[in-house]
Design a protein around this ligand. Structure first.
Ligand SMILES: CC(C)(COP(=O)(O)OP(=O)(O)OC[C@H]1O[C@@H](n2cnc3c(N)ncnc32)[C@H](O)[C@@H]1OP(=O)(O)O)[C@@H](O)C(=O)NCCC(=O)NCCS
Length: 177
């Protein structure tokens, strides 16, 4: 557990998830899915049961190359950052990064703080040597944040995302640790 300050001096607690957070995590993802179109799912599309989410929390907490960081204010979740990896010999060194902050807490430097936490965690787990992520090409705030953290653009997936009759390109980014 760690307390950090945003640019406007909000005190935010960063911590690992507990099984009892399962319902709130599901609710959080379903709300932020409707706040932005930049996520891979929309409002109400995070269709995971409380039991599945609880099991996911147990396994993430037991894993050496997966993690989840919750950012909370007054113990309410305002952001979630994740590193997801598989256990195959050829790929377990790769962590796929995901991050989402509730819209009202964006642009306060919390993204940078959480990215640094996730990157530091990867550097110290003894397994991860590469972090990958994908981001919509028209998401300049996220791309700027990732570049600020040292990520490089590695490729474009054309028309990877479809929203209301329009296709969007995805930028693949990577950070070698
Ligand atoms: C993307 C996200 C994680 C960034 O976190 P954040 O706390 O808002 O970002 P920070 O304040 O730490 O940093 C944002 C950086 O982008 C810059 N920025 C903001 N808007 C920008 C824009 N329109 N164009 C270019 N840069 C921009 C900021 O100036 C800052 O850079 P700086 O520190 O060099 O000044 C957060 O905004 C979010 O969750 N957004 C909604 C979901 C999302 O897009 N998730 C990522 C999916 S890949």
């Amino acid at each position: 557990m760690k307390t950090v300050l945003t640019k406007n001096n909000l005190s935010v607690v960063l911590r690992s998830p507990k099984e009892s957070d399962a319902k709130e995590i599901i609710g959080f993802y379903n709300i932020v899915g409707g706040e932005t179109t930049y996520l891979s799912f929309g409002a109400g599309e995070y269709k995971v049961s409380a039991q599945q989410q609880e099991s996911a929390i147990t396994s993430v907490n037991e894993s050496d190359n997966n993690t989840m960081i919750l950012a909370t204010i007054d113990d309410k979740i305002i952001a979630i950052g994740t590193i997801s990896s598989n256990q195959k010999k050829k790929g377990k060194h790769v962590g796929e990064l995901g991050i989402v902050i509730k819209e009202e807490y964006c642009n306060l430097g919390l993204g940078k703080i959480m990215m640094d936490e996730l990157i530091d965690w990867c550097k110290s787990n003894g397994i991860t040597t590469r972090i990958s992520l994908s981001v919509r090409k028209d998401n300049p705030r996220a791309i700027q944040l990732y570049k600020n953290c040292g990520f490089e653009e590695e490729g474009i997936q054309k028309n990877e995302t479809y929203i209301d009759g329009e296709y969007f390109d995805i930028v693949l980014m990577g950070l070698i640790l």
